[in-house]
Design a protein around this ligand. Sequence first.
Ligand SMILES: C[S@@+](CC[C@H](N)C(=O)[O-])C[C@H]1O[C@@H](n2cnc3c(N)ncnc32)[C@H](O)[C@@H]1O
Length: 750
Amino acid sequence: MPYPTGNPTNKHMISSPSMPADGTLQTSYGFSNTPDLFKALEDGAPSNLKRLGDVYSYADGPSPPLSRDFLVVGFADTALSVVRKLVGDDDDDTPPCLQKCLISSKRMDGSYAKSLRPKDMENSKAFSLFMRRLKKEGVVAIIAKDKYERFGILKPSESIHPEGELTADDFFGICYVGRVEPIKDFLAKGIRAVVDEAIVDESSVLWKPTGVMATNNGLWQPPGNNEDTGADPFSWKPPDGDTNGLSSGNDFEATFQNTWDTVESGVGNVLSTKRKRKDNEEHGGANNENDFHSNAGAAAADEFYSKLTRSLDTRAESRLFHMRSFNGWVKATQIQELDPRTKPDRGKAGGPMRVLDLACGKGGDLGKWVLHARGISNYVGSDVARGSLRDAAVRARQIRQKLKRCTFICADLGSDVPGRLKSPNSKYMQKLSMWSLQDESEHETGTPEFRMLRGGGIASNEKFDVISIQFAIHYMMQTKQRAQRFFETVSQLLEIGGNLIATTIDARVVIAHLMNLGLDLHFDESRNSTMDQEAIIEVGGGACRIQFEPKVVKRIFQSQADSSTCVDDLFGLEYSFTLVEGSDHAAGVGNAVNLPEWLTPIPALKCLAAEAGLELEYVQNFHEFFAIRNDPNTHTAAHSALYNMKVLNRNGSLSTEEWEISHLYCAVKFRKVSESTMKLDDIVEEAEEEDEIAPLRLKQIDPLVKAKLMPRAMREAKQNIGNEAWLKLSAEEKKHVVDVSIEKLVLECG
Ligand SMILES: C[S@@+](CC[C@H](N)C(=O)[O-])C[C@H]1O[C@@H](n2cnc3c(N)ncnc32)[C@H](O)[C@@H]1O
């Protein structure tokens, strides 16, 4: 970077602690760790500063301009981690929270010296010697905060020579300016650290922050192959080249118009075969530690998902590798787009979010959440599969530095209720098996130990800004009661203004497939279908198979034929879903999922959500989801992520099979607009099942205990929310947050 040639826009007076004649800047005024550096910024400039001289800033400077007084509060070694992370070696890699600009004094090298007045010469010489000293000692100068809460890091030019004749490089420095809080956030989240450390696992893939496309060099890396076919990375087209992303180009027409909120869709390669269905009873019966889950579907999911291991190697072998990456991309995009505005005021301040990840599995989305621009103050994951949760806890330990608080709770979300009473008549919150990162020492490496805790560790007045249920809401649709229970729990735990996001099988597309099977759809006088065959839909060259029993197909056809069908009839539409990823079953690449699932008709979803106070913001088939975000100019970060997350194969696309299968999924987003008015059908039965352990309510906590816990509760509440957001809370909101914290402490201490 050369001496600036543009017109200076502002003049500043730079002052620094006096240069020690013996000893180094680092030993005399240095910071040897990050907390000291930030503390010095809070303390303000020291009193012993001496004026060095005048410097100038240019059009690349921040707006509002830098302060007139440029005060050096001390020095930091360039090897110090905070310096490396913020201003590193690579000048093109400045984090988004910092702005880079040039600061200079007038040049006095060569012929320039002749035109300078003696006063200017003296001024420039002082600054150039200062820059040389920084260079020689391998330090940067830390500039005090200005009234906009911005501080700076002043670094000498890379090409400066600490000895010899003065050259142009001695008369300028590079200044990195940024606001303290976003910088702290950045350091805490360690976006760059996450990218550097490449936490690559089966579904935790990387999301680069906005702006990466500006330096697009080498971003496109075909998985496991460096053979670049020259495909234009900016113009990914679906395999068959369609432009709206909704038609695969196969001959296809839905026979019925009433395809539960119709999609205009087309998917090919659909077969129908009559096959004997595997008896799912064995799943229910096979679940040991019997009765852990009262529901057979939940027990089957526990059994199946707890045992499911798909290592990185086998995942890469899968013929559905890019489809899985595409699924991950949809989730990451949904997550990154979130910006809920919730109360108390934390949402408005754009502060860190409280996240509840339902059916979180092995915590594969943790890596996506910690990269969210707003940061995460609390992450709670819940799932029915105990084995998966243990893996998730291990994963959380690995990114401990990026997680303030993290808890995993084992619950069947169609029946159990974490953090709330099951009914207004209930006296007690349920005890649920849980594990918390914050309960452990940093060095814990053994098997994560789960313990039973009331509410699973969620306090009765604790809420979330975002609730996510990825690739799992279909497990809630077995009965209306279970789906209601799920939505009620979501509503109770979600703050007004908060979002529920989900991905699931797109019932509209599945039905369109069914309609295209050429099954006998005639009805007899009593409007029953005469069809008696099972229906099997095969998509993606047979890699995906969806199988329905005749009685379910009949119900679906009836609901399609009869527009007066009540939403109550749209539950329990069971199918079994199989993804055959490769031929090597022993290596875990065989049948990926073969569990009973239930269709998720959009009208049923909308209806229950509305009763729970949630408004549908969108439901987008994955093809549509992609088409909407395909333009790199309007969706730069999402588009970049297609490459970073290895969504595209070496032809810059997905295989036809993968693209067809991805059409089977949709993404959904709701916003909570009011409190729930839902009347739970299973409420009496559930209330009777309550256990007998003492209830926990804040008002019942001994005032002495409460007083004793208050300082810690306040400290933890502040820590969770972040100082900036905390300062913006009203007294009442602070009290609420501290109350939540006290209740949690009491829960945790038993
Ligand atoms: C396809 S996996 C998705 C996991 C994770 N959300 C993801 O996107 O990677 C479905 C998850 O739903 C969970 N699940 C199934 N039925 C459930 C239930 N009744 N309650 C809670 N979780 C359930 C399974 O254990 C499994 O972890």
